[in-house]
Design a protein around this ligand. Structure first.
Ligand code: BV8
Ligand code: ZN
Length: 233
């Protein structure tokens, strides 16, 4: 159990492992999401320019998988912590599914974007809710401005969303908890290095992450089993 002091500010970073027990495969575990695709072929701006239909095939498949998923005890434990800490909890997720919000979390920063949103790749219209799958449509979706509608996702080489707020939250946090992330993808993998030495840094997942040396504590096991007993205020 993690003892919080009354003025602790907590930063939680979740990765694909948090949704694993909800049935959404992770990126790097055996049989991960990329098994049929090389992510350069589907998760980059170059891929979008070169093969937009392949990109929409990949994200349509992701929408089908994620829409069948339900939050697991890891998501609900984070929601309970938000209820107890209110604005002393900053929840940042690398995940593009909506399971934190489905579990009741009110303030979720989706730094890598959101699977069930799309946006225009030309004009400045805001991203909009979109649960549609486009892999069987004869024509790919277009905006009124003539631009192409793309997934509202941060691809490799693009700048993640909410970075100013994320860096401010990292600067004030006294407890940093990473859950279910292999610590490979930047800049998320370096968040812990920004706080170590002045904050407690805790990792939760079944195997040690690549950035293990930056964590003061490592609790090995599935998040859905560990978090409900661990995040008790
Ligand atoms: C940026 C959306 C500048 C897409 C994603 C060299 C060349 C080119 C680029 C780079 C380079 N070196 C570094 C870079 C930058 C690049 C990068 O990091 N590349 C990597 C591959 C080396 N990063 C970028 O391009 C980023 N942009 O850097 O812009 C910048 C920087 C700072 C400030 C401003 C600007 C953009 C990266 C975003 C890419 N988009 N997602 C999509 O989802 O389709 S990344 C993708 O990987 C997902 O978001 C995913 O969340 C993320 C990270 O993976 P993890 O979440 O960690 O998942 P993974 O499968 O790896 O691990 C799962 C873990 O769960 C495992 O550890 C496992 O043990 C654990 N687990 C399993 N079961 C459970 C569990 N844990 C708990 N419970 C369980 N039951
Ligand atoms: Zn447009």
């Amino acid at each position: 159990m993690l003892a919080f002091s009354s003025n602790d500010c907590v930063f939680i970073l979740t990765g694909a492992g948090t949704s694993a027990e909800s049935g959404i495969p992770t990126f790097r575990d055996a049989g991960g999401l990329w098994r049929n695709y090389r992510f350069e072929e589907v998760a980059s701006l170059a891929a979008w320019e070169r093969a937009p239909r392949l990109v929409w095939e990949f994200y349509s498949m992701r929408r089908r998988v994620a829409s069948a998923a339900k939050p697991n005890p890891a998501h609900f434990a984070v929601t309970e912590l938000e209820r107890a800490l209110q604005d002393r909890l900053f929840l940042c997720t690398q995940n593009v599914d909506n399971l934190h919000r489905q579990a009741g979390s009110q303030r979720v920063v989706h730094m890598h974007g959101e699977l069930f949103k799309s946006r225009c790749d030309r004009c400045a219209r805001s991203p909009f809710d979109d649960t549609k799958t486009y892999d069987s449509d004869p024509k790919l979706p277009r905006c009124e401005c003539g631009g192409r509608i793309r997934p509202h996702i941060c691809w490799f080489g693009e700048t993640p969303f909410g970075m100013d707020h994320i860096f401010q939250a990292l600067a004030r946090c006294s407890v940093f908890i990473a859950i279910g992330t292999s610590g490979v993808v930047e800049p998320a993998a370096s968040f812990v290095r920004r706080v170590r030495g002045r904050a407690r840094t805790i990792y939760i997942g079944p195997e040690e992450p690549a950035n293990r040396d930056s964590f003061t504590e490592c609790h090995l096991g599935p998040a859905g089993q560990i978090l409900p007993q661990f995040l008790i205020v």
